[in-house]
Design a protein around this ligand. Structure first.
Ligand code: TXA
Ligand code: MG
Length: 342
């Protein structure tokens, strides 16, 4: 194992990327920072390399991986029949937190990457280290989030180390990621594109560029099979059970008191605004309501912090569904296994 310096001065860490790039070319797996979460990368053309990702993460083999590229010119090798609106989206949002599902082309990509599907998710990450690493590796890089399957995605190199130490060839440490929740996954194989996973680019942002965008029905109501295989698994879960509480702060305090009366140690996930109003065994803040981006950026780190606390359950306040709030609530409810108190 080696870790490249937690380089705030990225220009000085660039030379060190030749080693991880070399490992990627040799079909080893390496974790690296993106603007959303850390990814666990491998050569997307190699079955041998991609298999190592699934092994290290303990990931179900029917869940396909996103392919990361550093230049639009690489698209041609892996996808075909790209609709006009997809080009508009690339123009506007790449590099950035948007994954486009497109028809797969040819047979260069490992079939393990796409879990046998005839489509592939592609994105260009907006992170200088990721872009440089992919460029140097000179192959498309398949990369899921670099967490143990089922755990919150990693937003710090230390999260990757905690989950995957000893199972991967290395971690490129680029400090904390920015966005904090994963990319928006958009199915571009339909006339009207469909959001399969809400993420860093919001529905409103997409619609401002291409007009109507729909959301996979499975995300809105129960009883539908999600179109994105990954969305059917429990995910992002800390060790203690999570409940999302709908209602005001005083209602949240009532629920806390009820559990504490039963002798339970309650952990609470809240915001700066509500911190002074809540009393429980352990209260952790996750950003401010005046800027939901701060909540997205800290969410996974906070969920992981609860694992270090001696608590029996976690009660989380709920967040507005505006903008990135859609992705925050999607991940929180998944962490809670949809357990809601209202
Ligand atoms: O921000 C991100 O997207 C991060 C960073 C590392 O890029 N990656 C990430 O990958 O979140 P992962 O594997 O944790 O999530 C990929 C999601 C899964 O829900 C998967 O099922 C879906 O994308 N997906 C991938 N290929 C697909 C396809 N061809 N059709 C439908 N869904 C697909
Ligand atoms: Mg993931």
């Amino acid at each position: 194992q080696w870790i490249v310096d937690d380089g705030t001065d990225l220009s000085t860490t660039y030379p060190q990327l030749s080693q991880p790039a070399q490992l990627l070319r040799e079909n080893e797996v390496v974790a690296f920072p993106t603007e959303t979460v850390y990814g666990l990368g491998a050569n997307a053309f190699s079955d041998e390399a991609v298999r190592k990702i699934y092994e290290a993460k303990g990931r179900p083999s029917d869940n396909p991986l996103i392919v990361h590229i550093a230049s639009i010119s690489k698209l041609d090798e892996i996808v075909q029949d790209i609709p006009e609106y997809a080009y508009k989206l690339m123009n506007e949002f790449w590099p950035g937190p948007l994954t486009l599902i497109l028809p797969k082309k040819g047979n260069k990509l490992s079939t393990i990457v796409t879990a046998g599907l005839d489509t592939v998710g592609v994105r260009m990450p907006n992170h200088p280290v990721a872009l440089k690493l992919i460029q140097e590796a000179d192959v498309p890089i398949a990369a899921p989030s670099a967490n143990k399957s089922g755990k919150p995605s990693p937003t710090h190199a230390s999260h990757v180390y905690h989950d995957l130490n000893g199972k991967i060839s290395g971690i490129v440490d680029g400090g904390a990621t920015g966005v904090g929740v994963e990319s928006t996954v958009l199915d571009c194989t339909t006339t009207v594109p469909t959001i399969l996973r809400p993420g860093g680019v919001t529905k409103e942002q997409l619609e401002s560029v291409i007009g109507e965008v729909t959301i996979d029905q499975a995300l809105l109501e129960e009883g539908h099979a999600p179109k994105s295989p990954g969305m059917k698994y429990t995910h992002y879960a800390p060790n203690a059970p999570v409940f999302v509480v709908h209602g005001g702060v005083s209602f949240l305090q009532e629920i806390i008191d009820q559990y504490q009366k039963e002798g339970k140690k309650v952990g609470v996930l809240t915001t700066e605004e509500h911190l002074p109003l809540l009393h429980a065994h352990k209260v952790i803040t996750c950003g401010t309501l005046t800027n939901l981006q701060t909540v997205a950026a800290q969410l996974y780190d906070v969920l992981r912090k609860f694992d270090e606390e001696d608590i029996d359950l976690i009660l989380s306040e709920s967040f507005p569904y505006d903008g990135v709030g859609e992705a925050i609530m999607n991940r929180l409810l998944k962490a809670a296994g949809n357990k809601v108190i209202k």
